[in-house]
Design a protein around this ligand. Structure first.
Ligand code: ADP
Length: 471
């Protein structure tokens, strides 16, 4: 990854979606909680206020029935019953002068009323206030209301701590603090699960694309019930692959047809060159010219034959297979290439004992082994070593061709089995770039595989894996 491409955190889309999902749902949870908290707090306060106003009305009727002293006795009784800190009464005249008050334990710093005189008439609705008193653990609520028996008018103040309300609110906050981590965990799990599920289709498309880039051009993504967007992506991807495959097939057919059509004229040119070689035996200029024409024709015919063989093998038609002694075939090939190896000052080792039998096509397997040996000898510099080794691995037989040559660059490794691909460093050597693609197609036609392990300066090792029994 180039350093200029900055990646935002987190890197995967699934993690990002989870992050956003959790963040937004926690924020909504918080907002809902704040709203609920204020709603509960307002409802509870309203309830307290209603009770206080009701109390004023009750004491007003006591005042009418029992007079001031009778009413005050009732007040004192209530203070005695509830406890001095839990309720407080104070009586004012209409000029807001305090006339008397109940025991003021906890109510020492009750402020003076919020009016200088009580106006009769419409404005005489009870006044409600919250009080923050030093001696009280909780906030308190107070009401100033008019009591009137027709002859006398007074202002009665009733105050009580908002203890119950505070306790309920504490409970609500407690529930919130407890449920927040649980909610966070749940939304994190749900978010992760949901984003993973919705991205599963994308993962599948990626996996298929990887398989295709490794050669499985026939693979397709299954179009299922993963949501319209993902299914559309899968269908578009499949459609694109179909088009590419048709294009590739068309190109292959065209090259194969060209190869086929070139074969006859080339054979004729070769024939003409041969004729002119025999008809002008004494002319060295003609001889050299005709010789090189024949040589070039042979090279081109070899290339064309290889292309046609490759086309046939790649067409997927199973070659005719018969039981054959693979060990003997390898030993024969080794013997055949000994001269070439010697001429290039290369030691060729053949580690192939026993008589391993497989079901295969002799001609094809000879070309497969021949191509690998030919490459190893061709690319290994003089003084090097080439080894061909046969071994058994479960139900398969392995043929390894190892050399002490220049090796292949990692970036080029996946491409060497492609048609006409030649590594940069080997362009000076003779070759067509078709040998390994043919070897690959032959291994595949035998339900086997071919792989390479190589690094620059370390030599190369080609491994062919063939099943012992043709399945
Ligand atoms: P070519 O006709 O060029 O040998 P192949 O298909 O046989 O074509 O091989 C493809 C390319 O792989 C070659 O051009 C060469 O660069 C590389 N290659 C194949 N075998 C070897 C080897 N044993 N050592 C180094 N490079 C190799």
């Amino acid at each position: 990854m180039s350093s200029s491409m900055k990646r935002s955190w987190p890197a995967t889309l699934a993690a990002r979606l989870t992050f956003w999902y959790t963040g937004l749902s926690t924020l909504s949870f918080l907002l809902v909680f704040i709203l609920a908290y204020y709603l509960v707090s307002a409802v509870l306060l309203q309830q307290v206020d209603d009770d206080l106003v009701e109390d004023i009305e009750e004491f007003n009727s006591s005042f009418r029935q029992l007079g001031l002293e009778g009413m005050w006795t009732e007040l004192e009784d209530e203070v005695a019953a509830d406890g001095a800190t839990n309720v407080f009464f104070q009586l004012f005249n209409v000029d807001a002068d305090s006339l008397r008050r109940t025991a003021d334990t906890g109510w020492e710093d009750v402020p003076s009323p919020p009016f200088e005189s009580w106006r009769p008439g419409e404005d005489s609705d009870p006044i409600l206030r919250s009080l923050d008193l030093r001696e009280q653990e909780y906030q308190a609520r107070t009401v100033y209301g008019e009591i009137d028996n027709g002859t006398n008018r007074y202002i009665l103040q009733i105050a009580e701590p908002l203890e119950e309300r505070a306790e309920v609110l504490e409970l609500v906050a407690g529930i919130f603090l407890f449920s927040l981590p649980v909610f966070l965990l749940l939304s994190l799990t749900a978010g992760w699960h949901m984003s993973k599920r919705s991205l599963q289709g994308v993962e599948e498309v990626t996996a298929t694309a990887i398989e295709i880039s490794n050669g499985a051009i026939g693979r397709r993504v299954t179009v299922g019930d993963r949501g319209a967007e993902i299914d559309r992506l899968a269908a578009t991807f499949n459609g694109m692959l179909d088009k590419i495959q048709i294009l590739i097939r068309g190109m292959r057919e065209m090259t194969d047809n060209i190869a086929h059509d070139l074969k006859s004229p080339l054979a004729r040119i070769r024939g003409l060159a041969e004729t002119s070689l025999t008809s002008h035996p004494a002319d060295p200029a003609y001889e050299a010219l005709a010789g090189s024409v024949i040589e070039e024709c042979d090279r081109l015919l070899h290339l064309i034959n290889t292309m046609l063989d490759l086309a046939e093998t790649e067409a997927g038609l199973r070659p005719e297979v018969k039981p054959l002694n693979l060990s003997a075939l390898i030993r024969d090939a080794c013997e055949l290439y000994q001269d070439l190896a010697q001429a290039s000052a290369i030691t060729l080792h053949c580690r192939c004992e026993g008589d391993v039998e497989i079901e295969g096509n002799r001609q094809f397997l000879q070309r497969l082994v021949g191509n690998l040996l030919d490459n190893a000898i061709k690319y290994t510099p003089p003084g090097g070593e080439v080894t061909i080794q046969q071994s058994l691995d479960g139900d398969d037989v392995l043929i390894k061709v190892m050399d002490t040559g220049p090796g292949i660059q990692t970036a080029e490794l996946p491409r060497i089995f492609e048609r006409f691909y030649r590594c940069d460093q080997s362009r000076s050597k003779p070759g067509s770039g078709l040998g390994l693609s043919l070897a690959f197609a032959i291994a595949r036609a035998h339900l086997g595989s071919i792989s390479v392990d190589s690094a620059v300066g370390r030599g190369s090792q080609f491994t062919v894996r063939l099943p012992l029994q043709s399945r």
